[in-house]
Design a protein around this ligand. Structure first.
Ligand SMILES: Cc1cc2nc3c(=O)[nH]c(=O)nc-3n(C[C@H](O)[C@H](O)[C@H](O)COP(=O)(O)OP(=O)(O)OC[C@H]3O[C@@H](n4cnc5c(N)ncnc54)[C@H](O)[C@@H]3O)c2cc1C
Length: 475
């Protein structure tokens, strides 16, 4: 049986007293309140749910609860609280950082069956959904009425709105529309003891749960702000002779164009891997390419796209094309994970640095990889400074794997040294716990855990994640 953060999870609570946790009893109690297919304990299912995209760590849950409603989530949470059992909320398990690796003996609450649209105000562009719906489904639902859901993590076909909220996800559209927190109007949160609260408007707790990685409560429903589908969209792909020239172009473009809705950079390695996997006519001779999307009224989009094309010509551009076929231009970029994963194993990082430090961060990351005889492919969101470094390694070579781990540590510390953050998209989970101390002082980390404890005093929700292990036992 695993211990939690404070070593408290192997205790159950009855009438205020603590007794040893009785998992068999808990499972029997859960089976009573859930329909027959609402509680899964088969070996096969538990094995599949041992980990997520971060396969380095695993844990075996005691059971997977599969509620259909907020009411059922409340009942499950209340029972787990009574038994002192840790609870791990799980969306689609696309976490790259071990965010849903259960502590041994925990109860996983899967949101897989909570994926309905509850309300849709087609005049105001507001949609209320159950938190297990996938990100892309929300846009697909709203598109007929002329709306879309803006935050677009690359995993949007699979990842859930609840997972997006818990990790405050974003994607290339962050530049124009912000991330999940910026588009969240209200959320229903079930607390560790089964009580539930509706958070809305300017309630500071609504912002706090964005990025709380399931430690403050389980989000069962969310109301999201949608955006009008723009009248016109254009995309531009330009190849540059150097990464420096591509970055210089991106910074001029940001200053010049208010129609930009996405601006990504891919280095040569990333371009070559994706072109071999999903050809998108990206220029193979370039050291870096920029993918830009512009949206808004047709006249200004046309005008600004042409202006950007001529601006590219002043920055060591090798080639540039524009297109209204947005899907075609982005298809290679959106296939990066698949393209790299097909050829190699990889560790993907999501550090972020101030825009002025991007060049330095890229150079340092490449140097670190070179010193460890590893290849690195780089994809950048130029609007918010997120640098995805994909460290490639052979899974059958344990030495390469450990060199990749060492590189990841060094690259994160470079990001912190460049005034940035060790993770901007994936969250902290298990993988980034230690690195967090590179970014925050012990005092700041303690303040953060104080906030978590204001919601879940005994820290039974997704225990062991988000904060460095040395904080175990601190209170
Ligand atoms: C190919 C690929 C591309 C990716 N690209 C991006 C990207 O561009 N941008 C980005 O931000 N991320 C990206 N990610 C990471 C991941 O997809 C996001 O973090 C996503 O938001 C996780 O959603 P999920 O439903 O899979 O959550 P899970 O992985 O199941 O869980 C993630 C965390 O959220 C918590 N959680 C899940 N549901 C709830 C809930 N209802 N209430 C409370 N807590 C909950 C979990 O406990 C865990 O801590 C990518 C991942 C992959 C595999």
């Amino acid at each position: 049986m695993g211990l939690d953060w404070f070593g408290r999870h192997n205790r159950a609570r009855t009438n205020g007293e603590r007794v040893t946790r009785d998992t068999t009893r808990l499972l029997a109690d859960l089976a009573e309140i859930l329909p027959p297919d609402g509680l899964v304990t088969s070996d096969r299912a538990l094995k599949v749910h041992e980990t997520d995209g971060y396969v380095a760590q695993k844990g075996r849950a005691a059971a997977i609860a599969r509620p259909r409603s907020t009411r059922q989530v409340r009942d499950v949470m209340r029972l787990c609280h009574l038994h002192g059992a840790p609870v791990v909320p799980r969306g689609s398990g696309t976490s790259q950082v071990g965010g849903v690796v259960p502590e041994d003996g925990a109860i996983l609450i899967s949101m897989a069956r909570m994926k309905s649209v509850l309300e849709f105000d087609r005049n105001k562009g507001l949609i209320r959904v159950q938190a297990g719906i996938t990100n892309l489904k929300v846009s697909k639902y709203a598109v007929r009425a002329g709306w879309f859901h803006a935050p677009n993590p690359s995993s949007r076909r699979t990842c859930t709105i609840g997972g997006n909220i818990a990790t405050n996800s974003s994607g290339s559209s962050f530049l124009r529309y912000g991330g999940t927190a910026d588009n969240l109007v209200a959320a229903h949160l079930v607390l560790d003891d089964g009580e539930s609260i509706e958070l809305s408007g300017d309630d500071p707790a609504l912002a706090l749960i964005c990025g709380s990685e399931g430690q403050m409560g389980l989000v069962t429903e969310a109301q999201l702000r949608l955006h009008r589908i723009p009248e016109s969209r254009m995309a531009l792909v330009a190849g540059f002779a150097t990464v420096r020239a591509a970055l210089a172009f991106s910074q001029s473009a940001l200053a010049q164009s208010d129609s930009l809705s996405a601006l990504d950079l891919m280095d040569k390695r990333a371009v070559r891997l994706t072109e071999a996997f999903r050809p998108s006519d990206y220029p193979l001779g370039a050291e870096a390419i920029i993918l830009a999307e512009l949206s808004g009224p047709a006249a200004s989009v046309d005008h600004q796209t042409n202006a950007l094309a001529s601006l590219a010509g002043r920055h060591d551009m090798i080639t540039c094309r524009t297109s209204t076929d947005i899907q075609a231009i982005w298809s290679g970029r959106n296939a990066v994970y698949g393209a790299i994963g097909q050829r190699n194993n990889f560790l993907s990082l999501d550090c972020a640095v101030p825009l002025s430090q991007l060049q330095q961060q890229i150079e340092q990351s490449k140097l670190v990889a070179k010193d460890h005889a590893l290849e690195v492919a780089t994809v950048i969101h130029c609007g918010d400074g997120t640098v995805h470094s994909f460290l490639l390694f052979d899974p059958n070579d344990p030495d390469e794997r450990s060199r990749a781990d060492r590189c990841a540590v060094l690259i994160r510390s470079k990001a912190a040294g460049n005034g940035g953050s060790v993770s901007s998209e994936y969250g902290i989970g298990l993988r980034n716990r230690k690195a967090l101390a590179l970014q925050y002082s012990a005092r700041s980390l303690k303040q953060q855990t104080d906030i978590v404890e204001a919601f879940s005093k005994e820290r039974t929700l997704n225990p062991g994640k988000c904060f460095p292990e040395w904080m175990r036992g601190a209170s």
